[in-house]
Design a protein around this ligand. Structure first.
Ligand code: TXA
Ligand code: MG
Length: 329
C-alpha cells in the first residue's frame, strides 16, 4: 500500500476536476461523488494504479471493479451490447445501473480490474462532478465505493476522509450524494440477472424488459469463494456493532434504526435513535442508510436494532445491505 500519502481535499469545481484528471492520468487515486455513493477512482487501463487501489481499500483482488465512462460510445469500446443491453442503457444511463456485459476484443480495462473475467461491469454515473471528471480525464475510470473494504459505503466526503485519508491522493468534495445505496448490478446474460439490488429498483428494470428478473441462486450467492457477483460477500457493509434485524422492541444498550412511525417498546430508553424516514419513504431511507449506520455505530451501542423495512422499490437494496451487515463476523 502507498502509505503516508498527503491526501488533498478540494471542493468540487473546474479546478478540482482538472486536478482529478491529472492525478488519474499520473496513476493516482481520486475519490469523487457519484449519485449513488462516493467512488475511489483509478485509470481503468493502468494496472499499477489499480493494484494501488486494491491495496488502499484492503480489497481482495478477486473482486472486480465497475468501469465508469462518460457516454455510450465509450461504454461500447469496453463492452459488447446486444439489443437488450442497449435498451437498458438508453433507458437508464446516466443513472444508478451497472450492466455486466461481455468484454470487447480491444477492451482497454486492465485484467486486474475485471479479475480475469471475460465480462466487464460498466456504468455512466448521473452526477455533474463525476461527469466533469470523466470528461476531463477522457478514459474509463474504475471506481469501487471509496471505503475500506467491508466498511459501510461513503455518502459524504467526510466518510471517505475518515476511511482513506493518507492512503489516496485526492478527495473531491461534492457534498452529500443523492441516492445513498450503490448502483443496481444487472448481468446481461441469456436470462438477465439481478446480481445486486441497488439504486434503481427492480420494478423499473422489469418494466423496460417486460419480464421478471431472476436472482442468482442462494447457494451461489452465499458461497464467498465463488460468488456470481464476486463482490457480494456475505459479511459486507458492516458497522462495528452487531446488527439485529426486524426489531419489534429495543433494549437500553441498543441503538435503534427506525423506519416510518416508530412506537416500539423500549424506545425512550434506547441508547440512540435515528429514523431513516419518519414518513416511510424508501428513497429517503436509502439516502440516509449508510450515514445513519455510521452515526449510530459511533455511539458504540451493543447492537443496532433495525425496524422492518418493506421489500419493494429501493427497499430491496436497503434490506440487502442490512442483511449483509447483520451477518455474524
Ligand atoms: O454505485 C456504485 O456502483 C458504486 C459507485 C462508486 O459507482 N460502486 C460500487 O463498486 O459499488 P463496488 O466495487 O463497491 O461494487 C462493484 C460490484 C462488486 O460486487 C463486484 O463483484 C461486481 O460489481 N462486479 C464487477 N465486475 C463484475 C463482473 N464482471 N461480473 C459480476 N460482477 C461484477
Ligand atoms: Mg463497495
Amino acid at each position: 500500500m502507498k502509505t503516508g500519502l498527503e491526501t488533498l481535499i478540494l471542493p468540487a469545481g473546474e479546478a478540482a476536476s482538472e486536478a482529478a484528471a491529472r492525478t488519474l492520468a499520473a496513476g493516482g487515486l481520486v475519490a469523487f461523488p457519484t449519485e449513488t455513493v462516493y467512488g475511489l477512482g483509478a485509470d481503468a487501463a493502468n494496472a499499477t494504479a489499480i493494484a494501488h487501489l486494491y491495496a488502499a481499500k484492503g480489497r481482495p483482488a478477486f473482486n472486480p471493479l465497475i468501469a465508469h465512462v462518460a457516454d455510450l460510445t465509450a461504454a461500447r469500446r469496453i463492452g459488447r451490447f446486444d439489443a437488450r443491453a442497449l435498451r437498458l442503457a438508453e433507458a437508464f444511463w446516466p443513472g444508478p445501473l451497472t450492466l455486466v456485459v461481455p468484454k470487447t476484443d480491444a477492451c482497454p480495462v486492465a485484467d486486474l480490474a475485471t479479475a480475469g473475467l471475460d465480462t466487464v461491469a460498466i456504468r455512466i454515473p448521473a452526477h455533474p462532478v463525476a461527469e466533469a471528471i470523466l470528461h476531463a480525464f477522457g478514459g474509463a475510470v474504475v471506481a469501487p465505493s471509496a471505503n475500506i473494504s467491508g466498511h459501510v459505503s461513503p455518502t459524504l466526503a467526510a466518510h471517505v476522509e475518515s476511511d482513506l485519508s493518507g492512503r489516496i491522493d485526492l478527495i473531491v468534495d461534492g457534498g452529500p450524494v443523492e441516492v445513498g445505496v450503490e448502483s443496481t448490478i444487472l448481468g446481461c446474460f441469456e436470462a438477465p440477472m439481478l446480481l445486486r439490488p441497488g439504486g434503481l429498483s427492480r420494478e423499473r428494470i422489469e418494466a423496460v424488459l417486460g419480464a421478471p428478473l431472476s436472482r442468482p441462486p442462494a447457494d451461489v450467492e452465499s458461497d464467498d469463494s465463488q460468488p456470481l457477483a464476486p463482490g457480494m460477500l456475505a459479511s459486507h457493509y458492516a458497522p462495528r456493532a452487531t446488527v439485529r434485524l426486524d426489531a419489534r422492541e429495543v433494549a437500553s444498550d441498543e441503538a435503534l434504526l427506525a423506519f416510518g412511525p416508530a412506537h416500539l417498546p423500549g424506545l425512550e430508553a434506547a441508547a440512540a435513535v435515528m429514523n431513516l424516514s419518519p414518513t416511510a419513504d424508501l428513497d429517503e431511507a436509502a439516502a440516509n442508510l449508510f450515514g445513519y449506520l455510521r452515526l449510530l455505530d459511533a455511539k458504540t451501542p451493543r447492537a443496532i436494532a433495525v425496524m422492518p423495512i418493506p421489500e419493494e422499490g429501493l427497499g430491496e437494496a436497503i434490506n440487502d445491505r442490512l442483511r449483509r451487515a447483520a451477518v455474524a463476523r
